[in-house]
Ligand binder design. Sequence first.
Ligand SMILES: [Zn+2]
Length: 82
Amino acid sequence: MKLNKEKLVIKFVNELNARKCADGWIAKCPAHEDSSPSLSLNFTESGKLLWKCHAGCSQMLVFDSMLKLGFFPSKKGGANGI
Ligand SMILES: [Zn+2]
């Protein structure tokens, strides 16, 4: 799947309060009630998106939540990233 990185980043900033940090982005996790940002977002060199919720949400749970928010066009991609 080809992701539009700029569009995704704007969406992360607008909807999840994403902020740039040392190794990528940190945002509010859409899969749980997140008072302090605990979702790490990262783009690999090949443009693949990776994420991890430090509060313990599973990859798929976060993916499903982002999907519902309209972050991705379809439900393709693996459990560990897109
Ligand atoms: Zn979470």
